[in-house]
Design a binder for this molecule. Structure first.
Ligand code: ADP
Ligand code: MG
Length: 412
């Protein structure tokens, strides 16, 4: 959650670049404010307009954000910062630099001496955690790199202080775009939402399936999906739950995960594996489709819980009605149903039936390239993709069957 002050700081900083970028991002958002240029450009193009800040150390986009920092503090993968370095970067942790505050501590915006913009996460005092143990865990996170993961640039351990230094991601997070203060700049289009979702899915597939030891995120939620200026997802806080869970600290007893996103088996028994990330991802996907919070007490009783409401809607053949009403251009019905089907599979109460993240990526990509899929279908003359995707698990739930049979009607 952003503090009110944090919100204001964020809004001010982001307004500046938003003016720069509005013209190149027309295809990703519908503007709420009039008066912006309606010139359009291709979504995701590298763009001619580059924000000055992150490149101000004089390098190309590919240059290391750590270039120019003292050599003796270089780690293999990142940088060891002193508290003084980070005080300087954040104007002595000034309240004006606060971006927001979450369950793990306060996040400050900062600028290193080489000009690189950073987000400094000052972790809640965790007195019990041994320095060595902390470093082992941080090193593990530091080595994990992916286009759709926020990069950890380094850390600081001094006395009781524990700080993490991340690359600064400058376009808010998915929660702010869907429900918060970024909403004032426009509504994310369906395509932009799916781009963010697909990026998130790829990041999770990487964490779960491509690296050893695998990393379970444990706190997938929309505020942890940061967004860059090309509307790419950058997943943040991976590995953090484990980092803070290790060691004999008071934080050990804290409930991990965020209400509304937590898989039933994790909530009930603390049983945790990558399938609980997949459940949270399913909720995130539903949030992106519907524009609704996972839990929203402002709604009528039968709509408070997004997952329950969604299942009822699909079960009563009202899938078309669940799409976010603020989307000016609605997604094609086929795409909507396919996306809902993916989400329903991810939130299967039976953890074993949930797909792997790599399967989710494939299913979502099939939606991104429908022509390829259509061609395949025409060639083989087989039934719909919806049926195909369901075949590779042990059988659809009632709600899923409903989506499938509806699609059948639509196509038949
Ligand atoms: N690397 C980053 N770049 C830009 N903003 C960030 C970064 N990391 C976190 N933030 C922002 O800081 C705020 C607080 O983050 P956090 O402490 O992780 O809390 P939460 O995830 O619960 O919202 C959020 O608004 C988040 O978007
Ligand atoms: Mg976070």
């Amino acid at each position: 959650m952003l503090t009110r002050l944090g919100c204001r700081v964020l809004m001010f900083n982001q307004k500046m670049w938003l003016f720069l970028f509005m013209t190149s991002q027309c295809s990703s958002i519908y503007h709420h404010e009039r008066g912006f240029s309606s010139m359009s450009a291709e979504e995701g193009s590298s763009g001619n307009v580059k924000k000055q800040s992150t490149l101000s150390h004089g390098g190309l986009a590919t240059a290391s954000p750590l270039v120019g920092l003292p050599e003796f503090s270089h780690l293999g993968w990142g940088h060891w910062f002193t508290l003084r370095d980070l005080e300087m970067a954040t104007n002595r942790f000034s309240s004006e630099n606060i971006i927001g505050e979450g369950g793990y501590g306060i996040v400050y915006r900062g600028r290193l001496i080489n000009g690189t913009e950073v987000a400094v996460k000052k972790l809640l005092n965790n007195l019990g955690q041994a320095e060595k143990e902390f470093r082992v865990e941080v090193e593990a996170i530091g080595h994990v790199r992916h286009k759709h993961l926020v990069r950890l640039l380094g850390y600081c351990v001094e006395g009781v202080h524990r700080l993490l230094v991340y690359e600064y991601v400058n376009n808010g997070n998915l929660e702010q775009w869907l429900h918060g203060n970024m909403h004032q700049y426009g509504t994310l289009t369906w395509e932009a939402r799916m781009k963010v979702i697909l990026g998130t899915a790829k990041a999770l597939a990487y964490l779960h399936e491509a690296i050893e030891p695998k990393v379970i995120h444990r706190d997938i939620k929309s505020s942890n999906i940061l967004i860059d200026d090309e509307f790419n997802a950058k997943v943040s806080d991976f590995g953090l739950a484990k980092l803070l869970d290790s060691g004999e600290s008071h934080i050990t007893t804290r409930v991990m995960g965020t209400f509304g996103y937590v898989a039933p088996e994790y909530a009930n028994s603390g049983l945790l594996n990558e399938k609980s990330d997949i459940y949270s991802f399913g909720v995130l996907l539903l949030e992106a489709v519907t524009g609704r919070d996972p839990v929203d007490y402002a709604r009528p009783a039968n709509e408070v819980n997004l997952v329950e409401w969604l299942k009822t809607m699909v079960g009563t053949r009202r899938a078309e009605e669940v799409v976010d009403s603020s989307l000016e251009v609605k997604p094609p019905l086929r795409a909507l149903k396919r996306t809902l089907l993916v989400a329903l599979r991810c939130i299967d109460p039976d953890a074993d039936k949930r797909p792997k993240m790599s399967q989710v990526v494939r299913m979502l990509e099939a939606d991104e390239y429908p022509f390829r899929e259509d061609r395949r279908k025409r060639k083989s003359g087989t039934a719909s993709m919806e049926i195909e995707t369901v075949k590779d698990i042990s059988g659809p739930s009632d709600a899923e069957k409903m989506v499938i049979s509806e699609s059948h009607v639509e196509e038949g």
